[in-house]
Design a protein. Sequence first.
Length: 283
Amino acid sequence: VPDTPVVDLDHRDESGEYLRYHAARDEQRPEYDRHRADVRDLTGAVAGSSLLEVGCGTGAHLPHFWNSVGPHGRVVAADSSEKMLDLARARLQTAQVPLFDDEPGVELVHGRLESLGIEGVFDVVLADRLIGHLEDPVAGLQHLAALARAGGRVVVINMLNAATTVSLGSEVSDRALAARVLAWRVERGTTSSWASSVVPSLAKRAGLEAVGAKCWTFTCRTLAETFPHTPLLSYGDHAFADGALSASEAAQWRERLEALDAAGEFAVTVTVRGDVLQRPTAG
Ligand SMILES: C[S@@+](CC[C@H](N)C(=O)[O-])C[C@H]1O[C@@H](n2cnc3c(N)ncnc32)[C@H](O)[C@@H]1O
């Protein structure tokens, strides 16, 4: 039985390793800077905007939001994990962003999306890789919509897992094996494996209008860099345990990935999808 649980991109594991990884990666990877700038563009936040991020995690967006909205704006960030909020607080302090406790500043709120008790007054509500964690993504989108003002924007960011590419080599058997493992992952993974591809239809059911979408990619060039977002190595073992691969195929998956990594030829490309949704104006 594989010892690594099947987890999907951005799972909710709060182990120290996961948190450390989250806290460090933005500083380590210029590609993440571009990724985050794309997310912020989609929010459309400008001076004076009010913005709520639900599932803010370690708060990597928050200093930028604070700078964008300025002294007449408002930034609130909520997360269900106190450990994540501690990291977000530390990040803000390091960046010398004021916290709301003392003066006008970023407000950090401990709570779940489903019961935040925050008024629906925000120009923008952002959920960056949150809805994949939710058992009912439509209800989640309804909760997000309720937090925005009438006519306000809800921005939903997710990994488009069906578009992930990983190369095991140029042989037909390598390509076929990679395709099978990645397809297995989308089919058998958690909500975040599939939800991103159907956000517009989920949004419609939640009473939101889809007004725009954008996709972009980033590439991890070492296996270590993919941890823990895409524990690719374990997928073969899980697919075997699930009856989707033979034992020798599972072994081939692991061996090929490790060999490519050792040779400096490993690459996984992840696609991100951002959907811009709008809460209808009243009446
Ligand atoms: C992948 S992290 C998002 C990180 C952050 N948005 C960023 O861009 O770095 C997902 C976050 O959602 C939080 N979360 C999961 N379910 C939640 C819920 N129902 N309500 C609020 N936060 C939740 C988790 O604690 C975690 O910090």
